[in-house]
Write a protein of this length. Sequence first.
Length: 57
Amino acid sequence: MNSSLLFIVLLSLTLFSYWFGIKRSLKIGGGAEHKKALTNLPEQFGLLTAMVCGLPH
């Protein structure tokens, strides 16, 4: 597999997991209108899921 293709796939999966983490945390938290009531911001949840997806184990 070409290394540039592998990098693009990994980057796209990481970006998708960031978006998915934000959407999932907002869904669990009750929507965008309850964003301030969450203990962590949805962007932090998105960053955590992106790091788990993108960083090697």
